[in-house]
Write a protein that binds this ligand. Structure first.
Ligand SMILES: [Zn+2]
Ligand SMILES: [Zn+2]
Length: 159
């Protein structure tokens, strides 16, 4: 979705749910991290976290837009429009906006290399992110000598 399409969507949501036009700018801001969006008191523009759409879909995106439009319309009609006010809570419930933006998805761990070692005596396996000094390290179970088995690629340390 482009900024132009976002602008269109915000204008449509504003007319359909608030019965009032949105007459400022709405843009995606990928620097927003934990918040879904932001209403800028200074210039009345809206910024939306693009991950609300890419990670959570259009329903959540619209929920966030409604939330920001509550700030927008209350502020422009001379009210504070802050979260704790009754006016904000009532309007948010009326239009079905989201109270909180959903938590950002956890980043998927990238696969990395693990060095596999096996005890020559008891067969216990060890996986380490770094190579170890086989002259110094011995098996934690039986004090036996370890032998390097090779490299494994996995996101998490193999068991
Ligand atoms: Zn808010
Ligand atoms: Zn051992």
């Amino acid at each position: 979705m482009t900024d132009e399409e976002l602008q269109q969507l915000v204008e449509t949501v504003s007319l359909n749910y608030f019965g009032r036009p949105f007459q400022h700018q709405a843009t995606f801001n990928r620097r927003l991290r934990t918040t879904g969006g932001r209403y800028r008191l200074g210039d009345h523009n809206l910024e939306i976290n693009p991950r609300m759409l890419s990670e959570h879909g259009e329903t959540v995106l619209v929920g966030v837009i409604k939330h920001e439009l509550c700030h927008y319309h209350l502020h422009l009609s001379g009210q504070s429009g802050q979260h704790r006010t009754a006016a904000f809570k009532t309007l948010l419930a009326q239009v079905g906006g989201l109270r909180y933006a959903p938590a950002p998805a956890k980043p998927t761990p990238r696969p990395r290399q693990w060095q596999c070692y096996e005890c020559t005596q008891c067969g216990q396996r060890y996986y380490r992110a770094r190579r170890i000094n086989l002259k110094k390290m011995v098996c934690g179970r039986c004090r036996g000598r370890l032998a390097w088995q090779g490299t494994v690629v996995a996101a998490q340390r193999p068991q």
